[in-house]
Design a protein around this ligand. Structure first.
Ligand SMILES: CC(C)(COP(=O)(O)OP(=O)(O)OC[C@H]1O[C@@H](n2cnc3c(N)ncnc32)[C@H](O)[C@@H]1OP(=O)(O)O)[C@@H](O)C(=O)NCCC(=O)NCCS
Length: 186
Protein backbone atom coordinates (compact mmCIF):
# COMPACT_ATOMS: atom_id res chain seq x y z
CA UNK A 1 0.00 0.00 0.00
CA UNK A 2 1.04 3.62 -0.24
CA UNK A 3 3.12 5.00 2.59
CA UNK A 4 0.34 5.43 5.15
CA UNK A 5 1.54 5.79 8.75
CA UNK A 6 -0.41 5.04 11.93
CA UNK A 7 -2.31 8.13 13.09
CA UNK A 8 -4.06 9.09 16.30
CA UNK A 9 -7.77 9.76 15.94
CA UNK A 10 -10.16 11.29 18.47
CA UNK A 11 -13.74 10.06 18.85
CA UNK A 12 -16.78 12.10 19.92
CA UNK A 13 -16.10 11.56 23.65
CA UNK A 14 -12.51 12.79 23.30
CA UNK A 15 -10.97 9.32 23.68
CA UNK A 16 -8.03 8.68 21.39
CA UNK A 17 -7.43 5.57 19.28
CA UNK A 18 -4.80 4.50 16.77
CA UNK A 19 -5.70 4.05 13.10
CA UNK A 20 -3.24 1.63 11.52
CA UNK A 21 -2.88 0.04 8.07
CA UNK A 22 -2.85 -3.64 9.02
CA UNK A 23 -0.81 -6.49 7.57
CA UNK A 24 -0.31 -10.24 8.08
CA UNK A 25 0.85 -9.75 11.69
CA UNK A 26 -2.71 -8.61 12.51
CA UNK A 27 -4.52 -11.63 11.03
CA UNK A 28 -5.77 -13.08 14.36
CA UNK A 29 -6.91 -9.67 15.62
CA UNK A 30 -8.75 -9.02 12.36
CA UNK A 31 -10.52 -12.40 12.37
CA UNK A 32 -11.61 -11.83 15.98
CA UNK A 33 -13.02 -8.45 14.93
CA UNK A 34 -14.80 -9.85 11.88
CA UNK A 35 -16.21 -12.73 13.91
CA UNK A 36 -17.73 -10.39 16.47
CA UNK A 37 -19.18 -7.84 14.05
CA UNK A 38 -20.56 -10.61 11.82
CA UNK A 39 -22.12 -12.31 14.87
CA UNK A 40 -23.70 -9.13 16.24
CA UNK A 41 -25.53 -8.06 13.09
CA UNK A 42 -26.88 -9.46 9.83
CA UNK A 43 -25.55 -6.38 8.01
CA UNK A 44 -22.19 -7.94 7.16
CA UNK A 45 -21.77 -10.24 4.15
CA UNK A 46 -21.12 -13.33 6.30
CA UNK A 47 -22.59 -14.87 9.43
CA UNK A 48 -20.23 -15.00 12.42
CA UNK A 49 -20.00 -18.79 12.21
CA UNK A 50 -18.64 -18.39 8.67
CA UNK A 51 -15.67 -16.40 9.98
CA UNK A 52 -13.32 -19.22 10.94
CA UNK A 53 -10.38 -18.66 13.28
CA UNK A 54 -8.51 -21.97 13.04
CA UNK A 55 -4.92 -22.27 11.80
CA UNK A 56 -5.94 -22.60 8.16
CA UNK A 57 -8.16 -19.52 8.38
CA UNK A 58 -5.41 -17.49 10.06
CA UNK A 59 -2.93 -18.50 7.34
CA UNK A 60 -5.41 -17.59 4.60
CA UNK A 61 -6.00 -14.23 6.29
CA UNK A 62 -2.24 -13.61 6.55
CA UNK A 63 -1.95 -14.24 2.81
CA UNK A 64 -4.87 -11.90 2.06
CA UNK A 65 -3.47 -9.14 4.27
CA UNK A 66 -0.03 -9.54 2.66
CA UNK A 67 -1.65 -8.97 -0.73
CA UNK A 68 -3.24 -5.79 0.59
CA UNK A 69 0.01 -4.61 2.15
CA UNK A 70 1.96 -5.10 -1.07
CA UNK A 71 -0.62 -3.32 -3.22
CA UNK A 72 -0.29 0.46 -3.55
CA UNK A 73 -3.97 0.80 -4.39
CA UNK A 74 -5.63 -1.32 -1.70
CA UNK A 75 -5.64 -1.10 2.08
CA UNK A 76 -7.14 -2.37 5.29
CA UNK A 77 -7.27 0.49 7.79
CA UNK A 78 -8.09 -0.58 11.35
CA UNK A 79 -8.89 1.39 14.48
CA UNK A 80 -7.25 -0.11 17.56
CA UNK A 81 -8.27 0.27 21.19
CA UNK A 82 -5.06 -1.02 22.74
CA UNK A 83 -4.42 -4.37 21.11
CA UNK A 84 -7.98 -4.90 19.86
CA UNK A 85 -9.34 -3.95 16.46
CA UNK A 86 -12.61 -2.07 17.05
CA UNK A 87 -13.26 -0.81 13.51
CA UNK A 88 -12.00 -1.44 10.01
CA UNK A 89 -12.43 -0.21 6.47
CA UNK A 90 -11.22 -2.14 3.43
CA UNK A 91 -10.46 -0.19 0.27
CA UNK A 92 -10.27 -2.41 -2.81
CA UNK A 93 -9.93 -1.83 -6.52
CA UNK A 94 -12.99 -2.95 -8.46
CA UNK A 95 -10.74 -4.39 -11.19
CA UNK A 96 -7.19 -3.91 -12.41
CA UNK A 97 -8.34 -3.44 -16.03
CA UNK A 98 -7.58 -0.01 -17.49
CA UNK A 99 -11.19 0.93 -18.35
CA UNK A 100 -12.34 0.45 -14.74
CA UNK A 101 -9.14 0.96 -12.76
CA UNK A 102 -10.42 4.36 -11.56
CA UNK A 103 -13.12 2.67 -9.42
CA UNK A 104 -12.63 1.45 -5.85
CA UNK A 105 -15.04 -0.12 -3.39
CA UNK A 106 -15.20 -0.02 0.39
CA UNK A 107 -16.54 -2.23 3.17
CA UNK A 108 -16.54 -1.30 6.83
CA UNK A 109 -17.65 -2.18 10.31
CA UNK A 110 -17.33 -1.04 13.92
CA UNK A 111 -17.77 -3.21 17.03
CA UNK A 112 -21.20 -2.48 18.51
CA UNK A 113 -19.83 -1.27 21.88
CA UNK A 114 -18.20 1.59 19.94
CA UNK A 115 -21.12 2.62 17.72
CA UNK A 116 -22.17 6.28 17.68
CA UNK A 117 -18.72 7.63 18.62
CA UNK A 118 -17.93 8.94 15.16
CA UNK A 119 -15.62 6.05 14.25
CA UNK A 120 -17.60 5.03 11.15
CA UNK A 121 -17.37 8.61 9.93
CA UNK A 122 -13.59 8.64 10.49
CA UNK A 123 -13.19 5.34 8.64
CA UNK A 124 -15.05 6.66 5.59
CA UNK A 125 -13.05 9.92 5.69
CA UNK A 126 -9.79 7.97 5.85
CA UNK A 127 -10.90 5.68 3.02
CA UNK A 128 -11.70 8.71 0.86
CA UNK A 129 -8.29 10.27 1.59
CA UNK A 130 -6.52 6.98 0.78
CA UNK A 131 -8.52 6.50 -2.43
CA UNK A 132 -7.82 10.03 -3.66
CA UNK A 133 -4.10 9.64 -2.91
CA UNK A 134 -4.14 6.34 -4.81
CA UNK A 135 -5.59 8.01 -7.89
CA UNK A 136 -9.12 6.60 -7.82
CA UNK A 137 -11.88 8.74 -9.33
CA UNK A 138 -14.91 7.10 -7.70
CA UNK A 139 -15.88 4.97 -4.73
CA UNK A 140 -18.74 2.47 -4.56
CA UNK A 141 -20.35 0.17 -2.03
CA UNK A 142 -23.28 -2.12 -1.37
CA UNK A 143 -25.47 -1.99 1.74
CA UNK A 144 -28.45 -4.05 2.88
CA UNK A 145 -31.69 -2.18 2.28
CA UNK A 146 -32.66 -2.42 5.98
CA UNK A 147 -29.32 -1.05 7.21
CA UNK A 148 -30.61 2.46 7.89
CA UNK A 149 -27.69 3.65 10.10
CA UNK A 150 -25.09 2.74 7.46
CA UNK A 151 -27.13 4.36 4.68
CA UNK A 152 -27.38 7.50 6.84
CA UNK A 153 -23.61 7.50 7.30
CA UNK A 154 -22.94 7.06 3.57
CA UNK A 155 -25.40 9.80 2.58
CA UNK A 156 -23.79 12.13 5.12
CA UNK A 157 -20.43 11.37 3.49
CA UNK A 158 -21.67 12.29 0.01
CA UNK A 159 -22.71 8.92 -1.44
CA UNK A 160 -25.80 8.67 -3.62
CA UNK A 161 -27.92 5.62 -4.29
CA UNK A 162 -27.75 4.35 -7.89
CA UNK A 163 -29.24 0.90 -7.75
CA UNK A 164 -31.16 -1.77 -5.92
CA UNK A 165 -30.44 -5.46 -6.43
CA UNK A 166 -33.59 -7.36 -5.45
CA UNK A 167 -33.27 -10.43 -3.23
CA UNK A 168 -29.49 -10.01 -2.84
CA UNK A 169 -29.53 -11.59 0.64
CA UNK A 170 -31.61 -14.40 2.10
CA UNK A 171 -31.15 -14.81 5.85
CA UNK A 172 -31.27 -18.21 7.60
CA UNK A 173 -34.82 -17.44 8.79
CA UNK A 174 -35.92 -16.86 5.19
CA UNK A 175 -36.02 -13.06 5.32
CA UNK A 176 -35.25 -11.65 1.87
CA UNK A 177 -33.35 -8.35 1.70
CA UNK A 178 -32.36 -6.16 -1.27
CA UNK A 179 -28.94 -4.60 -1.71
CA UNK A 180 -28.72 -0.83 -2.21
CA UNK A 181 -25.74 0.20 -4.31
CA UNK A 182 -24.17 3.61 -3.69
CA UNK A 183 -21.55 5.75 -5.39
CA UNK A 184 -19.43 8.79 -4.61
CA UNK A 185 -17.30 10.81 -6.98
CA UNK A 186 -13.83 11.51 -5.54
C1 LIG B 1 -22.56 1.50 10.03
C2 LIG B 1 -21.50 1.65 11.11
C3 LIG B 1 -20.13 1.36 10.52
C4 LIG B 1 -21.51 3.09 11.63
O1 LIG B 1 -20.48 3.20 12.57
P1 LIG B 1 -20.51 4.28 13.75
O2 LIG B 1 -19.14 4.34 14.31
O3 LIG B 1 -21.62 4.00 14.69
O4 LIG B 1 -20.81 5.60 12.92
P2 LIG B 1 -20.66 7.13 13.35
O5 LIG B 1 -20.82 7.25 14.83
O6 LIG B 1 -19.46 7.73 12.74
O7 LIG B 1 -21.79 7.85 12.53
C5 LIG B 1 -23.00 7.42 12.54
C6 LIG B 1 -23.69 8.17 11.41
O8 LIG B 1 -24.57 7.24 10.85
C7 LIG B 1 -25.80 7.87 10.64
N1 LIG B 1 -26.81 7.21 11.47
C8 LIG B 1 -26.63 6.56 12.62
N2 LIG B 1 -27.80 6.06 13.06
C9 LIG B 1 -28.71 6.40 12.14
C10 LIG B 1 -30.09 6.16 11.99
N3 LIG B 1 -30.78 5.44 12.90
N4 LIG B 1 -30.70 6.63 10.90
C11 LIG B 1 -30.01 7.35 9.97
N5 LIG B 1 -28.70 7.60 10.06
C12 LIG B 1 -28.07 7.14 11.13
C13 LIG B 1 -25.65 9.32 10.93
O9 LIG B 1 -25.29 9.98 9.73
C14 LIG B 1 -24.47 9.34 11.89
O10 LIG B 1 -23.72 10.49 11.80
P3 LIG B 1 -23.98 11.71 12.87
O11 LIG B 1 -23.76 11.12 14.22
O12 LIG B 1 -22.96 12.74 12.50
O13 LIG B 1 -25.39 12.15 12.66
C15 LIG B 1 -21.82 0.73 12.32
O14 LIG B 1 -23.14 0.92 12.70
C16 LIG B 1 -21.58 -0.75 12.06
O15 LIG B 1 -20.46 -1.23 12.04
N6 LIG B 1 -22.66 -1.51 11.89
C17 LIG B 1 -22.56 -2.95 11.71
C18 LIG B 1 -21.86 -3.35 10.45
C19 LIG B 1 -22.35 -2.58 9.27
O16 LIG B 1 -23.52 -2.28 9.14
N7 LIG B 1 -21.42 -2.25 8.37
C20 LIG B 1 -21.74 -1.55 7.15
C21 LIG B 1 -22.06 -2.54 6.11
S1 LIG B 1 -22.51 -1.72 4.58
Amino acid sequence: MIDQKPITITCKTGKEFQLIPIGPENAEQFLDFMHQVSSDTHFMSRYGDEVKQDDAAVQAEKNRLTTFQEDDKQAMLSIFDGNIIIGNVAIRCVTKHRKTAHRCSIGLGVRKEYHGLGLGTILVEQAIDFAKASGYKSMELGVLSDNIPAQGLYKKMGFTEWGNLPEAFILDDGTVIDEITMYRKL
